[in-house]
Design a protein. Sequence first.
Length: 144
Amino acid sequence: MKSSLVRQALILVALAFLPGIGQAIYFRDKVSWKLPVPASEMVTVVQARAWGENAIWIDARPDEEFARDHVPGALSLNEDRWNELLPQFLAVWSPEKKIVVYCSSQSCNASREVAHRLRNQAQPPMQNVFVLEGGWEEWLKSRQ
């Protein structure tokens, strides 16, 4: 019985490290599985800027980071305060707008989680939701 449990645990650990199955990362005091984002749902800073007024920028970082600095005009919408912040987003959202979600960096999972929720769990589920490649770090580089 004990060896069976050990074997199952080792198999699960091995599967976690296989490409495409999932990648464990640490995010704000918890282990989170990196959600895969198809290339069609990613956007570069240059592409997103070209959308101009047709884009709504969503900052998925914690409140403290948003308060320090953010993309001009971005709205804060993070997992910690989802229910509180979602109505502010819905007040400016319209179906024809593109939604650009970003967090700290490429390795940050918060933008993927928020984008996933907007696409699949928000009412109504939303189209045109994109994750910013490179996140906030890439935005900062583009300002230089």
